[in-house]
Design a protein around this ligand. Structure first.
Ligand code: SAM
Length: 282
């Protein structure tokens, strides 16, 4: 692997639980860069020790991101390569780094992102909820009024919705989801992914809330919550005109024939009309 000879910012995902989820390429880059900008010193140190890597670490978290961006630029200008890592998972995904990366773009500094662990995508891949279109909402607000407002705005969202959730708030959030989306909403609760005690439950929000209320031990650990998108349950209406045509045809023809004719004239599915005739017409 060739490391750019000018200062580059590498974005390196780290494991969300299982240390072996770090990629070979991430380890290779960590071995070659000059500095690591890390959100959590102890966590990155554990990874570095595991792979016998020894690099200077620059503290980089939400409270010093702006001032330490300057320190990082200073080093990049001196042609040093920096790896940005967060507490766990992909940096900038609900983790620090946005400001640094925005500034790198402005200053035309090369950014190389590496693919790797991300709790949202890991959970989505196993959710069994459509993953071709989804939106990521990060954490719901901690205050109930705002949380309910945020959920209400998503009521008619057709895409799958992904949230990060804290264990101490999960019961309240599930209750609010019931209030806004109804108790039958299908959700997936993925907890402690990649750890040996990981659990992924697919059920209605009502059943999951019941399980949670009755088993406090599962209320611990990190959580990704996935909600199925809104489904338009528009009822097809049999218009007065169609009803009239049916009333005439039924004097001469059996229901299966009426269904064929109505479906041809009005471009409605034959089975739908047939079911209507069986249910509604004597
Ligand atoms: N940057 C991270 C990523 O790429 O997933 C997310 C950081 S965010 C501060 C932390 C949240 O991610 C947790 O509160 C939880 O909702 C979710 N999370 C992280 N690790 C997880 C895991 N092993 N299982 C389930 N959710 C996890």
């Amino acid at each position: 692997m060739k490391i750019n000879k000018y200062g580059t910012l590498f974005i390196i995902p780290t494991p969300i639980g299982n240390i072996y989820d770090i990629t070979y390429r991430s380890v290779q880059v960590l071995q070659k860069i000059d500095y690591i900008a890390a959100e959590n010193y102890n966590k990155i140190k554990k990874i570095l020790n595991k792979f016998n890597i020894n690099k200077p670490i620059i503290s980089f978290h939400q409270h010093n991101e702006i001032q330490n961006t300057k320190i990082i630029f200073h080093k990049i200008k001196k042609k040093k390569n920096i790896a940005l890592v967060s507490d766990a998972g992909t940096p900038t995904i609900n983790d620090p780094g946005f400001h640094l990366i925005r500034e790198c773009h402005k200053k035309k500094i090369k950014i190389i992102p590496l693919p790797g662990a991300c709790a949202a995508i890991t959970a989505l891949s196993a959710s069994g909820i459509p993953s071709n279109k989804f939106c990521f909402e990060g954490f719901l607000p901690s205050k109930e009024i705002q949380r309910k407002k945020a959920l209400n705005l998503l009521k008619y969202e057709k895409r799958t919705i992904i949230f990060y959730e804290a264990p101490h708030r999960i019961i309240h959030s599930l209750q609010n989801i019931i209030e806004e989306f109804g108790k039958k909403k299908k959700i997936v609760l993925a907890r402690e992914l990649t750890k040996s005690w990981e659990s992924i439950i697919f059920d209605t929000v009502e059943n999951i809330l019941y399980k949670y209320k009755n088993n406090q031990s599962i209320c611990k650990g990190e959580i990704v919550l996935i909600l199925s998108g809104y489904k338009n349950k528009k009822k097809k209406i049999i218009s007065k005109k169609i009803q009239y045509t049916i009333s005439v045809l039924k004097l001469f023809l059996p229901k299966n024939k009426i269904a064929v004719i109505i479906s041809k004239i009005y471009n409605i599915k034959k089975n739908y009309i047939y079911k209507y005739l069986i249910d509604k017409i004597k």
